[in-house]
Design a protein around this ligand. Sequence first.
Ligand SMILES: O=S(=O)(c1ccc(O)cc1O)N1Cc2ccccc2C1
Length: 405
Amino acid sequence: LTARKLQSISKMLDFYSQFNPSPLSIKKFIDFGLNASEQKSFVFLRKELPVRLANIMKEIALLPENLLRMPSVTAVNDWYMRSFQEIIEFEKREASDKTLEHFCSELVKIRNRHTDVVETMAQGVLELKESHDVDHHTEHSIQYFLDRFYMSRISIRMLINQHTLLFGGQLESAPGPNQSKYIGCIDTQCDIVSVIKDAYENARFLCDQYYLASPDLIINESQHKQLEDESCLNIVYVPSHLYHMLFELFKNSMRAVMEYHGSQDNYPPISITIARGKEDICLKMSDKGGGIGRSTTDHLFKYMYSTAPQPSKSDAHTVPLAGYGYGLPISRLYARYFHGDLILLSCEGDGTDAVIYMKALSNEANELLPIFNKTTSKFYRTVVQTGDWSNQATNIGDRQLSQNI
Ligand SMILES: O=S(=O)(c1ccc(O)cc1O)N1Cc2ccccc2C1
């Protein structure tokens, strides 16, 4: 990117980062998708995607210098600059069929470019750990940033997936009444029990490969009155998000049980309780894997703590079930993305409960989006500035002025 190009991009970044991202609810995704207009989607996305990109790119620029200088972080920043530039090209374009088709293919290109962002940022954190001492404030800034950065990425990929799935043309559906229960990547009749079984079977396969055995699964449904009506355990949700969370939790619980009950061969089962309330739908996964101490539980959601050198591909046959990687922090972001949550409750010497909370009502399942603003930048800039006239605050008024400059 030439200097002139960078200059014009940074002006556009300032422009688009003034706008706040617009959170959509699952209900809004559904209502839009039921009689979807490619043109409306195009007009919305050619503004909303640059707004979301610009908001998070302004934050990347605020990262501690020594992280920002890491080769992997520079690479990720470059991907974002290119993608931002490619989308704002559509700002003034007519919504002709040719433009709509080109827009879709550009979105696919951008999604592919960003495939390895999570691993590449993790590599950047590793480069930092191996080249600098990381003080507590830097670690706190990195934790704050990565939660917001990965949440932003989840939301951008959600918008891209909805548009390319609804209008990408690969759909077998000829124009006509659409019988599918899917609206893009949202399943309007997502069967929780079948997603649980899928995640369990796949985690169990890895467990059997590594430990030659695996714990059984018990599924309890907490409401007795509706047992016969299976459809009551259907929710409107993104199955791939739910699967990602469950697969991660099953890997952790299986590893805990197998390591805690090493020698013997009858392993305590993992149980899942499904509770459907007015506000929340909860999935509680309980294992008797011996749990961990409270001080360690705190670290399990930390990116710096869980960033360890990747095992070389050569010993790929010993794929570790759990224990490193961003599985838990990212899974918690998926839960929080639609205003749910993911919490761990461990009792050392007994085992661990992991609870996934989801909104029961799709109109309350709003995207949770990071917003770049003055307070954000203050968070990164705790160092007290000395010196020049602009922040020589003589009273509250001046202090306020200096903060806004
Ligand atoms: O920390 S845990 O209590 C634990 C954490 C998260 C989870 O989802 C389930 C869990 O059980 N557990 C993970 C693990 C791995 C190897 C050996 C022992 C343990 C203990």
